[in-house]
Design a protein around this ligand. Structure first.
Ligand code: SAM
Length: 271
């Protein structure tokens, strides 16, 4: 049996190491992952800052020592359980607060738009997500996902534009700075694979994102290299990020070295 002590709720729960399901009433969820997520959300809401301490899943005497892990989305990525998008969303949560303005530069099917909306939505409706995609189909998909997932009041906080992301400054008001500008590049999953993001406009959009970014804000790019043109786009972004002044910008990437076609996540943080 695995005993987990919640450092926030100050309560313990027992989980089965075989099934990873709760066998005694857990403090806040039915699996360790949900439990950790709930703890982090609780901490963010009450302390207005991310929960950064590692939470070790320590096993009791009867469990295998290998059970001892740090359950975290970034750790999940390293151990091959989590996708690049999950890592990106985790990092976004570290910078985005309710009430913020954020920009989804590539709405696609709306998963990232929805994740961002959940981070910025607040009772006073001051949070705002600006979403861009050049395909009407993508904006329809995004709108439908929001209809299914959030209240009409929350959906009002999302503004969708069928224009190239390089033109984001045409619609985001001059006085509004974004805490996050997110790019999830390539083609629309389930859509036309020949309609892809292109290096020239992506770099223009990254420059626009730099100008629209608040101090302490983040530009995030998930870059796909498995389709034609993907590697060239990745090279252009890497080149762009590598040249930013280190006094003002911190640029890093997550890349799976032994899966050359796996997506690469690039973060550009404005200090
Ligand atoms: C990988 S998908 C985005 C996935 C999406 N964020 C999601 O959560 O489902 C890439 C999207 O970028 C869009 N796109 C391509 N070029 C663009 C451009 N210049 N400006 C804005 N969107 C563009 C495509 O139409 C496509 O829907």
């Amino acid at each position: 049996m695995m005993a987990l002590r919640c450092p926030i709720h100050k309560a313990s729960a027992l989980f089965s190491p075989q099934t990873m399901k709760a066998v005694s009433s857990p403090p806040c969820a039915s699996t360790p992952r949900k439990w950790l997520h709930t703890c982090k959300t609780f901490f963010l809401q009450h302390h207005r800052q991310p929960y950064t301490a590692n939470i070790a899943f320590s096993a009791s005497a009867s469990a295998s020592p290998s059970i001892s892990v740090v359950d975290d989305d970034a750790m999940g990525y390293i151990f091959g359980h989590n996708k690049a998008t999950q890592v990106a969303h985790l990092v976004w949560k570290y910078v985005v607060r309710s009430g913020d303005t954020v920009i989804d530069a590539t709405c696609g099917n709306g998963n990232d738009t929805l994740a961002m909306l959940r981070m910025v939505a607040d009772d006073s409706a001051s949070g705002c997500v600006y979403g861009f995609d050049i395909q009407q189909q993508a904006l329809r998909n995004t709108s439908l996902l929001l209809d299914d997932s959030v209240t009409p009041e929350e959906k009002q906080m999302v503004k969708l534009y069928a224009i190239c992301h390089s033109r984001m400054e045409d619609v985001v008001p001059v006085d509004k700075l974004a805490r996050l500008v997110a790019f999830n590049l390539g083609y629309l999953p389930g859509g036309e694979k020949s309609i892809i993001t292109r290096p020239e406009t992506t770099i223009l959009a990254l420059k626009a994102a730099q100008r629209k970014l608040a101090i302490g804000g983040l530009i995030s790019a998930i870059v796909y290299v498995g389709h034609p043109g993907g590697r060239e786009e990745y090279a252009a972004i890497e080149d762009f990020a590598s040249q930013l002044h280190a006094d003002e910008w911190k640029c890093c990437k997550f890349q799976t070295l032994n899966r050359p076609a796996a997506p690469i996540v690039i973060f550009i943080f404005r200090k």
